[in-house]
Design a protein around this ligand. Structure first.
Ligand SMILES: [Cu+2]
Length: 257
């Protein structure tokens, strides 16, 4: 961890404390309110974090603190696509969501739970679902703090209000995936390796008075399912990474685009 990342780790604690001490979600009036999420590990990624959305009318300041994420892809920081998913059950998927039985819950398998993309949490430019996989405009590396203010879509604002908005951070180290799953291409983009878009952390955005509510079942089961394939995953991790070579080059080209 470099010096910058250590410094960035400090606001993570501050945000956590804030989430526990903030008053009611509507404290600042009808059109100003906030929601927080604890981002729990998905797919054995080891990635965790917190997210906060402060809404003023249709404008939202979004803060995301992430740690334990995949660090490097080829020679650069591993890009982490991150979105506010909306308009479904407003929950993170458990292991039963792995309908194809490959040991991971990919993005599409999670859609019935957290929904489709309402806004993309890009670092610059477009924030719509059109930028879902704009890998050159997402944060990268093993730990980061993201902060951006932008205009919500009406659909995202509605899901934030009714508690069905979910933050999902994507991108898992392929060495942590079951080998067969790591050798696949992404369910979202056949030019990207599955590791690039696999959900790594997930959390439901809830009004601040509900921030301390546990979201237990969602991730423990995924952990158990993922660890079943873990021994095999470690044993053949090297082969899996080699197999990814072609895809990785395509991914890299895209990241530099
Ligand atoms: Cu997403």
């Amino acid at each position: 961890m470099n010096k910058k990342m250590r410094l960035l780790a400090v606001p993570t604690l501050a945000l956590g404390a804030l989430a526990l001490s903030t008053g009611p979600a509507m404290a600042h009036g009808e059109d100003s309110w906030s929601s927080q999420a604890t981002l729990n590990t998905m797919n054995n990624s080891g990635t965790t974090g917190q997210a906060m959305v402060e809404v003023h009318g249709m404008e939202a300041k979004v803060t995301v603190n992430v740690s334990g994420a995949a660090e490097t892809f080829m020679d650069g920081p591993f890009p982490h696509a991150q979105h506010i998913h909306i308009a479904a059950q407003g929950v993170c998927p458990g292991p039963d969501a792995d309908t194809d039985g490959d040991g991971v819950v990919n993005t599409t398998e999670g859609h019935p739970f957290y929904g489709h993309i309402g806004n993309s949490l890009t670092t610059e430019g477009d924030t719509s679902a059109d930028s879902a996989l704009a890998v050159d405009r997402f944060p990268g590396g093993s730990a980061y703090t993201y902060e951006r203010t932008f205009e919500l879509t009406p659909e995202t604002a509605a899901s934030l209000k009714d508690g069905s908005a979910v933050v999902v951070v994507h991108g898992v180290d392929p060495a942590l995936m079951p080998a067969a799953a790591a050798e696949k291409m992404s369910d979202l983009d056949e030019t990207l390796p599955a590791a690039a878009t696999l959900p790594a952390a997930c959390g439901t955005l809830a009004g601040s008075q509900m921030a301390a509510m546990p979201e237990g079942g969602a991730d423990t089961g995924v952990e158990a399912a993922a660890s079943n394939g873990n021994a095999a995953g470690i044993a053949v991790a090297g082969a899996g990474v080699l197999a990814l070579g072609g895809a990785a080059m395509a991914f890299r080209r895209r990241a530099n685009a």
